[in-house]
Design a protein around this ligand. Structure first.
Ligand SMILES: C[S@@+](CC[C@H](N)C(=O)[O-])C[C@H]1O[C@@H](n2cnc3c(N)ncnc32)[C@H](O)[C@@H]1O
Length: 199
């Protein structure tokens, strides 16, 4: 899988978050090839580390819009703290406000109002089976032919993520280029084939 080495990747990698540099490079590459009339969607924005890699990749590519979804109400990490303001500061730091939009909400709620083609879907929200599967089932049908799907955390700590991939993607002819990238956290990518999605 190609990587995009961005000129400011060290600064991007300094954003607090759960993403390895190599994973950011793969995301940035995929984001850079998304056509302008398609969208990049991230489920699980946290403080915006992956979002900024996607946004910067898109900036150097076709400037497709990036939507990052998160309820930002889970007090993820620290008690009593939401990270939405840090997310917004990070997006601003890289001057990505014209490319990145945050949507406050749960993926399964936000999808009810979604109706646009996706060129890159990055699933990195709740890592338990029902949630990962729901994210796949609700969002993947919007991925355009030739578009990409990516999952984070293909590792023993989060076996449910791999289980969803093994059940839904590996046996399916909807997807080609199926690959687990040997990154720090484990990263899976696949490309949408030219086969109709049965919704
Ligand atoms: C592992 S973190 C994401 C890390 C982030 N992508 C990064 O680059 O650092 C998971 C995030 O998913 C969010 N989340 C959990 N369930 C969600 C859902 N159903 N929809 C959207 N976001 C969700 C959590 O609030 C949390 O911020």
């Amino acid at each position: 899988m190609p990587k995009l080495i961005l000129p400011n990747e060290n600064e991007l990698n300094n954003v607090e978050g759960i993403l390895a540099l190599d994973e950011g490079r793969h995301l940035a590459y995929c984001a850079s090839i998304v056509p302008k009339d398609q969208n990049i969607v991230e489920i699980g924005g946290l403080k915006g580390k992956a979002t900024c890699f996607c946004g910067m990749g898109s900036f150097y590519g076709n400037r497709a819009r990036v939507y990052s979804l998160d309820p930002w109400d889970l007090h993820y990490g620290e008690i009593g703290k939401t990270y939405h303001s840090e997310f917004q500061e990070n997006v601003k730091q890289f001057e990505l406000e014209s490319i990145v939009t945050s949507i406050v909400g749960y993926s399964y709620e936000v999808v009810k109002n979604w109706n646009a083609p996706i060129g890159l879907l990055f699933i990195d929200g709740d890592h338990y089976y029902d949630s990962v599967r729901k994210d796949y089932e609700l969002w993947a049908p919007f991925i355009a032919e030739g578009g990409w799907i990516a999952f984070h955390d293909i590792n023993d700590i989060w076996p449910d993520v791999k289980r969803v991939i093994d059940e839904m993607i590996i046996p399916s002819d909807l997807w080609s280029h199926k690959m687990v990238l040997p990154t720090d956290y484990g990263f899976f990518m696949a490309r949408r084939n030219h086969v109709p999605f049965h919704r």
